[in-house]
Design a protein around this ligand. Structure first.
Ligand code: SF4
Length: 297
């Protein structure tokens, strides 16, 4: 288990809570959240689990998320089933997913139907940009529910609690959440699409495991998995600080032409691997990240 430090001397209760892993994958080899994430990150985390250190002060949002889940669980009734972990065998590995909320119903033919919801404590930006991982995660839950419980899933939604909601911005900004809590529907895939995605992802994780065991290089994290933000080209007057105009990295010809016309200079602003730089707990053991840093220099 990763080590949790308490550099700010926060109450021990927070440390105790952080050590209780609500997202434990139970007796499964892979959880849904691991399946949709990078195999490289997972394998490195498992390898270095005992060496990873996180300070409890950096866990404030995951802890708030736990607290929120705990509170809403108290509102369950006979038609709303909270917090169920489901297991399924896929290509020889047991996978599992912890479903936050199942809203149960019975259709005219007497069949059980269910709408799956997942709570997220997140930013307004994330809600406005509907993350692809939300759809993937919920569709894998749908697959688990249909395969293990024989219920028909009829809808998927994120219940997004916006941690930086601002009433003023809600008043004028297009697409901004209208309230601090909102429902964000997700597209329900058909069974073939879910199965193909699930089996493909499990195969990638199994291959990464094999490579790790054989001492070979792990598959690389994709741009999405590294939360890569592409570089920009700024056109700046000599001695100026602010760009007259900012171009995409692949618009160099236009940027150069604009710079020439305005007697300005081109300023390269390199892309950023946001996750590697600031959010990846295994970056210190990652050869891909070292290579990327080397290329930058
Ligand atoms: S440091 Fe970057 S490339 Fe390496 S495992 Fe983490 S996210 Fe992937």
């Amino acid at each position: 288990m990763a080590k949790i430090t308490n550099n700010l001397g926060l109450p021990q209760t927070l440390v105790n809570l952080a050590r209780r892993d609500r997202y434990s994958r139970g007796k499964s080899r892979l959880s849904v959240t691991q399946i949709i994430d990078s195999p490289r990150v997972r394998v490195l985390r498992e390898k270095h689990e005992d060496e990873i250190t996180t300070d409890v002060s950096e866990m404030v949002w995951p802890l708030m998320g736990q607290a929120f889940h705990h509170v809403v669980e108290q509102g369950a009734d006979s038609e709303h089933l909270p917090e169920e972990r489901l297991f399924l065998d896929v290509n020889g590995w047991t996978i599992s997913g912890g479903v936050d909320l199942q809203s149960l119903g019975i259709n005219g033919a007497g069949d059980h139907e269910v709408i799956i919801s997942d709570y997220k404590l997140t930013s307004a930006w994330a809600i406005m940009n509907n993350k692809a991982d939300w759809e993937r995660q919920l569709n894998l839950y749908a697959h688990l529910v249909e395969r293990t419980k024989n219920y028909k899933v009829t809808g998927l939604q994120i219940i997004a609690v916006c941690r930086d909601w601002n009433r003023h911005e809600a008043g004028y900004k297009e697409g901004y959440p209208k309230a601090p809590i909102s429902m964000v529907p997700q597209r329900l895939w058909d069974e073939a699409e879910r199965l193909s995605y699930l089996e493909g992802r499990v195969a990638l994780h199994q291959e990464a495991q094999r490579l790790q065991e054989w001492g070979e290089s792990l598959p690389e994290c994709s741009d999405d998995e590294r939360w890569y933000r592409p570089g920009k080209l700024g056109v700046v007057k000599p001695g100026g600080k602010r760009a007259l105009k900012v171009f995409e990295w692949n618009e160099r010809d236009d940027a150069e032409e604009f710079a020439k016309a305005n007697k300005a200079e081109l300023e390269e602003r390199p892309g950023l691997n946001t996750r590697c730089e600031s959010f990846c707990s295994v970056s210190q053991w990652c050869e891909q990240f070292k290579k990327l840093k080397g290329e930058e220099q």
